[in-house]
Design a protein around this ligand. Structure first.
Ligand SMILES: C[S@@+](CC[C@H](N)C(=O)[O-])C[C@H]1O[C@@H](n2cnc3c(N)ncnc32)[C@H](O)[C@@H]1O
Length: 212
């Protein structure tokens, strides 16, 4: 885990160390238990992907990570999380693909990752296979968070895990869209809370296979 952890710490991205360790533990447990692949929405530059890929490697499976790689609303020029180093000078648009690929190469985990460049709802509509763990960390507007939840939560295998990042019960701490899908997951009766690590929520699927 030392090299993987060093690569994670060196990677550009938004996953704090303590939340990353909790996500890694959940993924090792979920993928190790069922052998099913892992799904991530919100690749960005691959910081959290490293942790999920390591868990997938240990379980003999892969992580499928989905992103259009053009950045979320808050990452666009003029917004709080904009990084000018991610802008492609030719198109003038954000392009995180090259950074993501370097991250994975540095971590030595390329062969354990299937990267899908596309919009989450379009990819989800094509997908029927179950996952051991679904990690939602894509767009943080209600439109995107709801689409991610509705598209991917039904793909969590019975006994598997739904993990959601940036869940802030207090609006003073951050946007409410991830919090609202977290509440919806609990209210559905399909998931129970397993752990809370600051803004990371890990939920266990107690039913499976239904649209919630
Ligand atoms: C908060 S960042 C992900 C951070 C990453 N998990 C990490 O650990 O650093 C959100 C990502 O979601 C992507 N995204 C936003 N809306 C999306 C959508 N509808 N479909 C696919 N990707 C989307 C953005 O391009 C951005 O890279």
């Amino acid at each position: 885990m030392t090299d993987v952890f060093a690569a994670f710490e060196a990677a550009k991205g938004f996953m704090p160390v303590d939340e990353g360790m909790a996500l890694h533990r959940a993924a090792v447990d979920a993928a190790g238990g069922s052998g099913l692949p892992v799904l991530e929405v919100g690749t960005y530059c691959g910081r959290s992907t490293i942790l999920l890929a390591d868990a997938a490697r240990r379980a003999g499976t892969v992580v499928v990570t989905v992103d259009h790689h053009r950045g979320s609303e808050e990452q666009q020029p003029g917004w709080e999380y904009h990084d000018p180093a991610l802008v492609d000078p030719e198109t003038g648009l954000i392009d995180t693909v090259p950074h993501f690929r370097r991250t994975l190469h540095a971590a030595g985990l390329e062969e354990h990752v299937v990267a899908v460049v596309g919009r989450s709802p379009q990819v989800a509509a094509l997908w029927t296979q179950p996952f051991s763990l679904v990690f939602i960390d894509g767009g943080h507007t209600d439109e995107h968070a709801v689409a991610d939840y509705e598209g991917w939560a039904p793909r969590v295998a019975p006994g598997g895990v739904l993990a959601i990042h940036d869940v802030f019960p207090d609006p003073a701490d951050g946007g409410q869209a991830p919090y609202r899908i977290y509440r919806r997951a609990l209210k559905s009766g399909g998931f129970v809370e397993e752990s809370v690590t600051r803004s990371l929520r890990v939920l266990r699927c107690v039913t499976g296979g239904t649209v919630r």
